[in-house]
Design a protein around this ligand. Structure first.
Ligand code: ACO
Length: 325
């Protein structure tokens, strides 16, 4: 059976670290409130580098690690809600910088579930036999779309990128997945709204508050705990894998309290959930691949290990993938 196997992972975050203490100097908040409510202590924030700089860095690292030349890459899929441009896609910018002149390159948008949707897309192209390999990246500079006067949102997010080089394998790889969307809830988490101002109407062109991240935190919390649990259960049932067989779960790094609820509802101990949100905050589509890369770089994964990646995000969307390492 053809499978899509993760061969290498990489991540990149901006150098600048902003602590909860730093944030308390610009909005009315405290380390205690942020830590207790979210588990986040600090985040990396762009000192000027845009999303393309981060995702290109990840792509270059992936080629270095695998020694695959750029021209041998078949597919580049980047997930982001904070690209540099409306067009070109980040994936095309990556293509240029790594000399992947034979690749098909495009972006996908599924907010914090973006990496799951991107990896699922690559998986289908590889399983169909159309492509042999792919670079899949999630990358964001959320700092540019956060309202830095809104304490309810600005404390949650960070910037970064993470990704994987995947290729066709007969041995291990993606075993099973569950993706889903709940468009009826689209307005509980939005960003980047642009109005339809033009030369022939009288709508003012300036950015309004809906351009920034807007979130009904409690509704997102409810959505996440319900759907992540359901999605992970479904993947384990359909793949006939017992929860004890799963070595690690890499959840979307939004909020430690969400992970605690998921852990309790599934009866899977917290030690199995790999988390680094304490140091990076919520980096949306980058959060799962950045955490996966850390898990990998720390040497915690061995061949044959079963791991589960599971995210939720704007749209609303969710996605879970069971991978045999
Ligand atoms: N510092 C201090 N006080 C704050 C802050 C802050 N940074 N932010 C909000 N508050 C205040 C509020 O003003 C409110 O005060 P009030 O009671 O006087 O009105 C109080 O804290 C409680 O606010 P809530 O929004 O009700 O706080 P809640 O306990 O729900 O926690 C949080 C907010 C952390 C966002 C929570 O709703 C949550 O975890 N939601 C899940 C959503 C999430 O994690 N989103 C991440 C991004 S989305 C994604 O990744 C898909």
């Amino acid at each position: 059976m053809i499978r899509t196997r993760v061969i290498a992972t990489a991540a990149k975050a901006p150098e600048q670290v902003i602590t909860n203490e730093d944030l308390s100097k610009i909005v009315d908040t405290s380390d205690e409130w942020i830590s207790q409510r979210t588990g986040i202590k600090e985040r990396h924030i762009s000192a000027g580098e845009n999303t393309s700089a981060l995702v290109i860095d990840v792509a270059k690292q992936l080629l270095e690690k695998t020694e695959v030349p750029g021209e041998s890459i078949d597919l580049i899929v980047v997930a982001s809600v904070t690209p540099d441009y409306g067009t070109p896609s980040l994936a095309c910018m990556v293509q240029k910088e790594i000399g992947a002149k034979n690749a098909v390159a495009f972006d996908v948008v599924a907010a914090c579930s973006g990496f799951m949707f991107a990896l699922s897309t690559a998986d289908k192209y590889i399983k169909s036999g159309m492509f042999e390999n792919a670079i899949v990246i999630g990358g964001e500079t959320l700092s540019k779309i956060v309202d830095w006067t809104d304490r309810a949102t600005c404390v949650l997010f960070g910037d970064g990128a993470g990704g994987a080089y995947v290729e066709k394998s007969q041995e291990a790889g993606v075993v099973h997945e569950n993706l889903g969307s709940a468009g009826e809830l689209y307005d509980i988490l939005t960003e980047g709204y642009t109005n339809c101002s033009n030369a022939f109407n009288d709508i003012p062109a300036e950015i309004d508050s809906k351009w920034y991240v807007n979130m009904n935190g409690r509704e997102v919390f409810k959505f996440a705990t319900k759907n992540v649990v359901r999605s992970m259960k479904r993947v384990m049932e359909e793949a006939q894998v017992d929860r004890d067989e799963i070595k690690y779960i890499v959840p979307h790094q939004a909020n430690v309290r969400i992970v605690e609820v998921v852990s309790k509802k599934l009866g899977i101990p917290m030690e199995k959930f790999y988390m680094n949100m304490e140091r990076y905050g919520n980096t949306s589509s980058a959060s799962i691949p950045m955490a996966l890369n850390e898990l990998n770089e720390r040497g915690l994964l061995e061949r044959g290990d079963k791991i589960m990646l599971s995210g939720f995000g704007g749209g609303m969307t969710w996605g879970t993938m069971l991978i045999e390492w």
